[in-house]
Design a protein around this ligand. Structure first.
Ligand code: APR
Length: 241
């Protein structure tokens, strides 16, 4: 049977669908992925997202982070895949999204229950007093930014290498995924831990959309759609709604 028909049958019959997304779902919105051809790590040194490096070189890190994550951020829009998930939630099929992305595009598409496993680009957190502020507080011409309350350096509110996952996000993700009857994995290599271990906790059917095979494809995936997220979502939508 056609993979789209198979996947849509599973989705339609699902009462507790959960999505697990990675950089690939935002690729068609114009946001580069981390790994693979044209990935960010082929152009930048990942050290700039290492927490120890950031503590010693906040200006350096912030300037690269500005170029990588903030230059294009105001010009990107959700694509068909983000809207498809938002639609599924509105219709009561999808119960939540666990995303590794920090781009806010699921929320911009209208999704409500979004767990940001790696945090967000939309806020900053003080390295001293831990207060959080909206990103608008940052003057990108004058980096690094400092806390208006205690004067310590502000850090983007996303998870750097060697930092733990926010406890609440971790707990909620495990709960969501352990209770789902279908897991939809979109656009992730599955290589980065601990996020990458989450799909192994799913007990129901697993559908994956990714033009390239991930670590999950041959191990735990029931229906694999080898296609770009936006294109696949558009086709699936026709079968599901
Ligand atoms: N549609 C769907 N998937 C796509 C598309 C597309 N249009 N284009 C690329 N992909 C897939 C790639 O085949 C790859 O499997 O998206 C995946 C992107 O992989 P990564 O760049 O490794 O992104 P991700 O898995 O989300 O990275 C996890 O790594 O550096 C950290 O914190 C960062 O959250 C990130 C984590």
């Amino acid at each position: 049977m056609d993979v789209y028909k198979l996947a849509s049958e599973i989705i339609k019959n699902s009462k507790n669908l959960v999505a697990f997304t990675g950089a690939g779902i935002s690729k068609e919105s114009g946001i580069p992925t981390f790994r693979g051809e044209d990935g960010l790590w082929s152009k930048y040194d990942p050290i700039i997202l290492d927490i120890d490096y950031f503590k010693k070189n906040p200006k350096d890190s912030w300037e690269a982070i500005r170029d990588i994550f903030y230059k294009y951020m105001n010009n990107v829009k959700p694509n068909d895949a983000h809207y498809f998930l938002a639609d599924l939630e509105k219709r009561g099929i999808l119960k939540g999204i666990i995303t590794q992305n920090i781009d806010n595009l699921h929320q911009e598409a209208g999704s409500k229950n979004v767990i940001e496993f790696h945090g967000t680009t939309k806020k900053v957190e003080c390295m001293g007093c831990k207060r959080k502020f909206p990103i608008d507080i940052v003057d990108f011409e004058n980096l690094p930014p400092f806390c208006p309350v205690c004067g310590n350096v502000l850090k983007p509110d996303f998870v750097f290498f060697k930092e733990p996952i926010p406890e609440e996000a971790f707990k909620k993700s495990i709960e969501l995924i352990e209770n789902c009857d279908t897991l939809l994995i979109i656009g992730t290599t599955g290589e980065i831990m601990p996020a990458g271990q989450l799909p192994y906790l799913a007990k129901g059917k697993i559908i994956e959309i990714n033009p390239n095979k991930s670590v999950y494809t041959d191990k735990i995936v029931d229906v694999y759609i080898p296609e770009k997220a936006g294109i696949a979502a558009k086709k699936l939508k026709k079968f599901v709604f």
